[in-house]
Design a protein around this ligand. Structure first.
Ligand SMILES: Cc1cc2nc3c(=O)[nH]c(=O)nc-3n(C[C@H](O)[C@H](O)[C@H](O)COP(=O)(O)OP(=O)(O)OC[C@H]3O[C@@H](n4cnc5c(N)ncnc54)[C@H](O)[C@@H]3O)c2cc1C
Length: 564
């Protein structure tokens, strides 16, 4: 998700101390853990080559499999669809392959340092993403209640927008120790992060984002709350998050997850694909040249999983959709957790009942997108009458909500994300076919840009997605509601299996659904690393004393446990 009025909420960058997604719930330095020369751990040589099932070939599953392979285990990846999951990059029929659309994740904050560890490792380049009013975005139009405002920087907008940005800054400073928290995150001061956060969790777990705004004296005006909801911070359009827990929002703003976004040149799906193909140099047990691809028959993951059950304590038996049955001493589940309630037949003995309840209570945000390829970035043409860009990145309260203009090479095709929506705004598109969606979207844009003929520039078929309607997904990403902290904690901490009765051990949860920062790929990576630590432990392995893993320091930084 990023800030329509971006300058307002960030303290000055101090050299050498970048803002990262370090906590606040579990302030563990995953980036340092990954960078340490000792690696993530070792397993006893007698266990080398042991198979571990990894269910889901999205980012979390592929990172888990890649790291387990490096440790000398044999990951067996099951994937119902394509490697990549919610990192899904598609091209357009009849257009050059480099003209792509990002159906899931499309913009990554540099504060996602564990994610960027892998982006850098596989040699992917990134470029600034054209968010509203971001420094690299040529221009932005904010269109509310039938009135359009054109801006190159936030100073060009009417004063009310600056006032709303100030109100948000005051709300964060007065009610959430914002500056102190960001300083503690930059300093990797886990103690201070926890002191501030634990008190907020107790105080705010039952509060919605909207309730939190209403309780702030800075937001006593309904009109300000309305404008904030529609323009907001970062990516804008945050009113769809109003019913969610305020804790979800604070996690995003503290860690800079809404800021300075970058896109991956050529598409984000390349990241898991390149990890699949990669032959790491620093492998235990396996000969040089081993990759996830070479460990899988035909170079492909096994099919989707249809059933999970236990045939002995600690063991997990996996039945795939082609009827294959295999039993593993450990398995990591990374698909959306509602799958365990519906499409995958599960024994109740897989998890303790409290974990089942938490899975059951998971709440997802819906999300839809529509992209069209165009002949060139015509929006950069100056309007002869006004001198302004013909079209701009557009935030609006119309059906489209957010329109993004992607591409700046004047001689190459480009892409328009006609609309990117969440929650109710996404559900509004659900009954419409792709062509019906495009018609309504072009009509909305015509109201804002009456002299621009977008249709004339379209050079190929549109592509669309509604994640809530995808067969192997149940929504875009988890978003905790008020009162969900306890459920979230159960899912995130499930990798600490020494605390579980032995009959429940061996199946680990990872991925976006168990992350504290769902909707951000960093959480998919961080939870993968938790699962890797858990599997190493399960196989009797260890981490190097100089590079303790997330489970080694768990008790020092564990997420606060709220009473029942
Ligand atoms: C619309 C949208 C926008 C987003 N925007 C951003 C963004 O801008 N920045 C950012 O950092 N993050 C963003 N995210 C979040 C990011 O995409 C996720 O955090 C990340 O991709 C999740 O990876 P994962 O491996 O946990 O899950 P997934 O990618 O969902 O992987 C799970 C895999 O499991 C597979 N599967 C399902 N059922 C089965 C089965 N029965 N058997 C085997 N496999 C199965 C699925 O096909 C899938 O490949 C966005 C996500 C969405 C949907």
């Amino acid at each position: 998700m990023t800030s329509a009025v971006p300058t307002a909420i960030h303290i000055e960058e101090r050299p050498g101390r970048p803002l990262t997604m370090f906590g606040p719930d579990f302030p563990f330095a995953y980036d340092d853990h990954l960078a340490h020369p000792a690696g993530l751990g070792t397993i006893p040589a007698a266990r080398y080559g042991s198979e571990v099932a990894v269910i889901g070939g999205g980012l979390s599953g592929i990172v888990t499999a890649y790291e387990l392979m490096k440790l000398g285990l044999r990951p067996v990846v099951y994937e119902a669809d394509e490697i990549g999951g919610r990192l899904r990059t598609v091209s357009f029929d009849g257009c050059p392959p480099e003209v792509v659309a990002e159906m899931g994740a499309m913009r990554f904050p540099p504060s996602s340092t564990a994610l960027f560890h892998y982006i850098d490792k596989v040699g992917l380049a990134t470029t600034p993403f054209p968010n509203p009013l971001a420094p690299g975005t040529p221009s932005t139009v904010v269109d509310l209640k039938g009135q359009s405002h054109y801006a190159n920087t936030s100073e060009d907008l009417p004063k009310i927008f600056t006032a709303v940005a100030d109100a948000w800054q005051r709300t964060l400073d007065d009610g959430a120790a914002f500056t102190e928290m960001q300083t503690a995150i930059r300093d990797r001061d886990a103690k201070t992060v926890k002191r501030i956060w634990d008190e907020l969790v107790v105080r705010l777990d039952d509060q919605t984002f909207y309730g939190y705004l209403c309780a702030s004296p800075a937001f006593s005006s309904f009109r300000d709350r309305e404008i904030f909801g529609q323009v907001g911070f970062g990516t804008g359009g945050w009113d769809t998050d109003f019913p969610n827990s305020i804790l979800e929002i604070l996690r995003v703003v503290y860690t800079g997850a809404d800021d300075e976004h970058r896109s991956i040149v050529g598409g984000s799906q390349q990241l898991p694909q390149r990890l699949w193909d990669r032959e790491p140099a620093d492998l235990a047990h396996w000969p040089a040249g081993t990759s996830l691809k070479s460990l899988h028959s035909g170079g492909k993951p096994r099919p989707g999983v249809a059933r999970l059950h236990r045939t002995a304590p600690n063991n997990i038996t996996v039945t795939d959709t082609h009827g294959g049955i295999r039993t593993y001493p450990a398995a990591v589940f990374t698909a959306q957790s509602w799958m365990l309630l519906s499409k995958i037949k599960c024994d109740e003995s897989l998890f303790p009942i409290d974990v089942w309840t938490a899975i059951e209570r998971t709440h997802y945000m819906e999300s839809s997108k529509v992209f069209v390829p165009v002949d060139r970035p015509f929006w950069l043409d100056a309007d002869p009458a006004t001198g302004r860009d013909t079209m701009s990145m557009t935030l609006t309260d119309r059906m489209t909500r957010g329109t993004y203009l992607l591409g700046e090479d004047p001689d190459s095709p480009a892409v328009i994300c006609l609309s990117y929506t969440w929650a109710d705004d996404s559900l509004k598109w659900l009954p419409l076919s792709v062509s019906e969606r495009v018609e309504v979207m072009l009509q909305s844009l015509h109201e804002i840009y009456p002299t621009v003929d977008v249709r004339r520039h379209i050079i190929g078929d549109p592509v669309t997605v509604s994640w809530e309607a995808e067969p192997n997904f149940m929504g875009a990403f988890k978003a905790n509601l008020p009162g969900h902290y306890r459920y979230q904690r159960r899912l995130f901490t499930h990798f600490m299996q020494d605390r579980l009765e032995p009959r429940y051990r061996g199946l680990f949860l990872a991925g976006d659904d168990v992350s504290w920062t769902a909707g951000w790929a960093e959480g998919a990576v961080q939870t993968a690393l938790n699962a890797v630590w858990g599997v190493v432990r399960q196989f009797g392995g260890n981490t190097d004393p100089g590079n303790p893993g997330p489970g080694d320091v768990f008790d020092e930084i564990a997420p606060i446990c709220l009473p029942d």
